[in-house]
Design a protein around this ligand. Sequence first.
Ligand code: GLN
Length: 489
Amino acid sequence: MSHLDSSIKDIHAALVAKEITPLELTEEALKRAHEDKSNAFEMICDEEAKAFAATLTEPEADNPLWGIPYVAKDNFSTKGIETTASSDILTGYVPVFDATVIKKLKAAKAVMIAKSTLDELAMGGTGTTGHKGKTYNPNDPSHGRMIGGSSCGSAAAVAEGVAPFALGSDTGDSVRKPASYAGLVGMKPTWGRISRYGLFPFAPSLDHVGYFTRDVYGAAVLLDVLAGRDLHDGTSSEKPVEKYEADLDRPVKGMKVAILKDIVDSITDKGLRRHFDASVKALEGEGVTVDYVGFGRDLLSSLYATYIVISCAEATSNDANLDGIKFGPFRGGKTYQEVMYNARTKGFSEFIKRRFVIGSYCLMRENQEELFLRAQRNRAKIVEKVNAILKDHDFIYVPAAPGVAPLFTQVSDKLSDEYLMADNHLCLGNFAGLPSITLPLCYENGLPIGVNFMGRAFEERKLFQMSAAFERLSGLAETSSSDKKEARL
Ligand code: GLN
């Protein structure tokens, strides 16, 4: 087994013990990236990565990210490296600055080896809409299954052993759903906990920086580095950053968990129900109190519509700068209208155009009250309900998705309860801006299934404490994803 298949913690130990150097590790990661079979990359940064890794010669024992290779989703600005967000509208766009998270990782001496594919402009959840085509789930070597999106390439890169962690972004579930399909830990902290400066906006009231790791320890130490106030991002929080890994070994006895009954009831996959029920018993065995609570089916089945109205409206407004003048290549035209028309007609896929049509329609003066403002009011109701549940409980616990990664040919019935509730509930964490983490639960025929815990705002430390306890119960920690077949729950 290569070091690249292990967790951040184990790779760090190997680097400190000088079993391997950052340059050797980087070269191996680059080699694996070039051998990638999942279509995970927009750009492999051979020269930049090797040059940086070569400067890392003295191991830093108290810096857990020293010399660790990673992958960044291609919607983070990277100075001097083309960044397209997998959209033709940004072909040739080379940012002149690094996103704050990229800067922080550089300062922590982690080595960015590649930029990963995404659903175009981070909209979508299938990993199929980017300009490079489908990204495949490495857990299915026949390439029949999706890895989910929009952070498809980042999930695939970690799952196929190119790097032990990868940055993603999460507006509705774009880290936490692919994490479930990939058998990884997928984390999105509280809104404002990580600066979004340099992350291409999709829907800023919902956008979060998130990331994939192989274990909870990795997720916690990464937050130590990424979190914090940033003067470039007025929405970043001034709350002090904590040592997020401090409580990982502490017992969870006495904690209270709420399971959303309507969501569990809408899951038709019997295997998942069985494993999920076993996990509840295991949590109870640790002294955790588990309550099944109602959320209201009407409210839950309105999540998707509410999300689509708000996110498309915000995206339409934010992406107005992609006009062939401010951003995007000139594709002909004499007047501003013509230039914009040509750039946008050629630069966006049908999928994106459809979302802009929805967004513009919801924002039209005559429709605002009925659509946009109504969705905002419904969001407020949803958030109120989430916070009411979290008043009496430390966490909300649910399956992260209705089952294993779907086949590309599988079309879901978009009006079924399973789709409306079981497939779309992770956006609760974006509506309310709460920390939320997906963890591997089990494997069905070699394909992973994940669960999700969501906690109170800024209680990431406690969320990691619970996650670490869960990871001990599931037995799915600190191994490469290809070895993760024997779950305990
Ligand atoms: N799947 C959702 C969408 O289609 C979420 C995307 C995201 O979180 N970026 O927009």
